[in-house]
Design a protein around this ligand. Structure first.
Ligand code: SF4
Length: 356
């Protein structure tokens, strides 16, 4: 068993500074659309028609706007975490996938189903973890530690996945690393240092961590959660492991989006404090309409507050942009065939591991 103190976090200051700059730029430009009831109805009808015309289906993430989640469900698509999104897109018979989420999700869908056309409402929707792990820097880092298995989180570019031995999502990260540890493998983990730290403490594996973070989960504050819990003493605290360790430590349940949704549905408590993107409330409330959900407190009115419990990139997905993608064929995802073939190897390993 490796002591948690034995793990090493690798600082990559230049790329992290670049990431923060990009994040700020996006936060200044992102605006969440507001529609009248008539516009919503008109967009939905138009999308339903276009989905049929193009033999297309919407694959949406739990963090997207509730209107998009509802539409995906109404039209035979899916609302899921990134692992299930990948699996659904691969298994569904539709020729065209509309992936509502962020770019790595669209790329993953394309890699798994190169024969399908994959569109996104906007390819500008990205992720601070993806931005913070440029493939050249990451490859150089891997080259310095060739004795280690390279395990990357799904929130990475196709190029970073192609450099990896394993791709994992938060729902299976602990199991995969535990398995590798049982095979006496040492690990490079990228890009989320908080999730990596959590996985390391759960498994005791020997892990080198890349210095990336999710700008949404990093904003949750343990002190604020304790204060909210004082107001609702019977509430259970549900935390996504991309949150800092201090927040994970006040959790009653730590898990991926799917695991948190399941906990909210199956546990007896009727009140929950939830530390993840508030888009998840759509599904939690749908499954447990009688229960109450409160978003965990974040940093407050700070400079990055636009990212507080609300991913600014996922918020770029809109009904209007789905119409545009379907009508104009914009924002189609392309992945170089050879790159896709290489990235498929660790992705396949993930899907086979979960199918066991
Ligand atoms: S919530 Fe965080 S991890 Fe998810 S897409 Fe947004 S920035 Fe990336």
């Amino acid at each position: 068993m490796i002591n948690p103190a034995d793990t090493v976090t690798i600082a990559v200051p230049s790329s992290m500074d670049k990431t923060r700059e990009l994040v700020q730029k996006h936060l200044m430009n992102v605006s969440t659309p507001e529609y009248s009831q008539e516009q919503v109805i008109a967009y939905k009808e138009r999308i339903k028609h276009l989905l049929k015309v193009h033999n297309a289906v919407i694959v949406a993430h739990y963090y997207t706007d509730p209107m998009i989640q509802a539409l995906a469900e109404e039209t035979g698509g899916c609302v899921a975490d990134s692992l299930e999104m990948a699996r659904f897109g691969q298994q569904h018979e539709a020729e065209t996938l509309i992936v509502a989420g962020v770019k790595f999700m669209g790329e993953t869908a394309k890699i798994l189903t190169p024969e399908k056309q994959v569109f996104m409402p906007t390819q500008e929707a990205t992720c601070s973890l993806d931005l913070g792990c440029p493939v050249d820097d990451f490859s150089a880092f891997c080259d310095q530690h060739v004795d280690r298995e390279v395990v990357v989180y799904a929130n990475t570019s196709a190029a970073v996945k192609a450099r990896a031995d394993w791709v994992v999502t938060s729902s299976i990260a602990v199991q995969v690393v535990d398995y590798l540890d049982s095979e006496s493998k040492k690990i490079i983990w990228a890009p989320d240092k908080h999730l990596g730290n959590y996985v390391q403490r759960q498994t005791g594996a020997d892990m080198l961590l890349w210095d990336g973070a999710c700008i949404v989960h990093e904003e949750f504050k343990a002190q604020g959660i304790k204060q909210l819990k004082a107001l609702y003493p019977k509430a259970l605290v549900l935390v996504h492991p991309e949150s800092p360790q201090s927040v994970v430590e006040v959790a009653d349940v730590v898990g991926s989006t799917s695991q948190l949704i399941k906990a909210s549905q199956t546990m007896d408590q009727d009140t929950f404090i939830v530390a993840t993107d508030e888009g998840i409330f759509y599904k939690m409330q749908q499954l447990s309409p009688e229960k109450k959900f409160y978003i965990a407190p974040t940093g407050g009115n700070g400079a990055t507050c636009r990212s507080c419990a609300n991913c600014p990139w996922i918020a770029m997905n809109s009904l209007e942009k789905i119409v545009h993608a379907l009508e104009q064929g914009t924002d189609e995802i392309h992945v170089d065939a050879e790159l896709g073939r290489q990235a498929m190897i660790p992705l396949d390993r993930m899907l086979s591991f979960t199918a066991q």
